[in-house]
Design a protein around this ligand. Structure first.
Ligand code: NAD
Ligand code: UDP
Length: 330
């Protein structure tokens, strides 16, 4: 029985499709290609030798989604489809609320109607807001100060309410920290449009000479070297985490952090990249970016204890693999 992967041609979705296919699941992708391209389906096939079924459909389109659910007997849904640029969400709040909430609601309507009892949701560490680090699943959620983060909080609440009255359904709320890196083949990875917002794609573009230098947003935070600290994990570890969450799903709501549990500063990541690749990254110190936290890293003990998952790939693996992917691009 196939797994429905919305957003399956995107960064995390494509890596998860590879892991699902490698674990003998068949995969149906729904993606409207707003932030990805169709060639990714060929790449997934190239890596795994198996071709996922692909629908170029908007996950908010109730009619088309129902047709897809009627056509396939899904065993589970992994819902990656969503808009994810924090800055853009402040400019276009309605687009973010509509896309991220409606897609989740349309999918859940169909899961209930067609009795699909396993649902995995892409949440984010952003739901913790400005809590004390490390972030633990039991913490109260704090305001996230941007519409993107609010969409994740609201979706978590909708899904939790649905689970209360549908006792057969299993909802996994996976809170990702900072996925970076790429598949070791170097043919799928993160493909930002325009100027990258995120640190690692910016670094790889500087390394390639596409951008002159990295701007480090603040070196006066209360961290060891003054630059922002994040919990970077390899995207393939993250993808494997989805397969484990799906296999070990039990009825009710399960919330898990997916991170390494270790914080790395911007400067540490720059130096790790230089060591892993031998390429120097010129940088300058710039103003803090509004809305940034000083530190964000996981308490990753719950998922290890309950599901046996740990993010084991190193910072060097992440840098080397991100660089291999960037070098393969035109
Ligand atoms: P991505 O943009 O690479 O992938 C998302 C995919 O969803 C894209 O292919 C896009 O075309 C598709 N999409 C968007 N809206 C759609 C819609 N209405 N219908 C169909 N397809 C649609 O992003 P990603 O980094 O792979 O993130 C996947 C999910 O994980 C997102 O929900 C994101 O919010 C969440 N997340 C990402 C990160 C991160 O650092 N990358 C961190 C935390 C959470
Ligand atoms: N960052 C930076 N320069 C950039 C992009 C990001 O200094 O061009 C910093 C940012 O301030 C943060 C860290 O790198 O401390 C990770 O940023 P990213 O946007 O990748 O992740 P997020 O802040 O969303 O966790």
């Amino acid at each position: 029985m196939p797994i429905l992967v919305t957003g399956g041609t995107g960064y995390i979705g494509s890596h998860t499709c590879v892991e699902l296919l490698n674990n003998n699941h068949s995969v149906v992708i729904v993606d409207n290609l707003v932030n990805s391209n169709k060639e990714v389906v060929d790449r997934i096939e190239e890596i795994t030798g198996k071709r996922p079924i692909f629908y170029e459909v908007d996950a908010t389109d109730g009619e088309k989604m129902e047709e897809i659910f009627a056509e396939h007997d899904f065993d589970g849904v992994i819902h990656f489809a969503g808009l994810k640029a924090v800055g853009e969400s402040i400019e276009k709040p309605l687009a973010y609320y509509k896309n991220n909430l409606l897609s989740t609601m349309v999918l859940m309507e169909n899961c209930l109607k067609y009795k699909v009892n396993r649902f995995v949701f892409s949440s984010s560490a952003t739901v913790y807001g400005d809590n004390e680090v490390p972030f633990v699943e039991t913490m109260d959620l704090l305001p996230t100060i941007n519409p993107y983060g609010e969409t994740k909080v609201i979706c978590e609440r909708i899904l939790t309410d649905l689970a209360k009255v549908n006792p057969d359904i299993s909802i996994s709320l996976l809170r990702y920290f900072n996925p970076i890196g790429a598949h070791k083949s170097g043919i799928i990875g993160e493909l930002p449009q325009g100027i990258p917002n995120n640190l690692m794609p910016y670094i790889t573009q500087v390394a390639k000479g596409k951008r002159e230098k990295l701007r480090i947003f603040g070196n006066d935070y209360a961290t060891a070297d003054g630059t922002g600290v994040r919990d970077y994990l390899h995207v393939v570890d993250l993808a494997e985490g989805h397969v484990v969450a799906l296999h070990k799903a039990t009825p009710g709501v399960q919330i898990y952090n997916l991170g390494t549990g270790k914080g790395t500063s911007v400067l540490e990541l720059v130096h790790a990249f230089e060591e892993a690749t031998g390429v120097e990254i010129p940088y300058e110190i710039a103003e803090r970016r509004p809305g940034d936290l000083a530190e964000c890293y996981a308490d990753a003990t719950k998922i290890k204890k309950e599901l046996g998952w740990v993010a084991s790939r190193t910072l060097v693996d992440m840098c080397r693999d991100a660089w291999r992917f960037e070098r393969n691009l035109e």
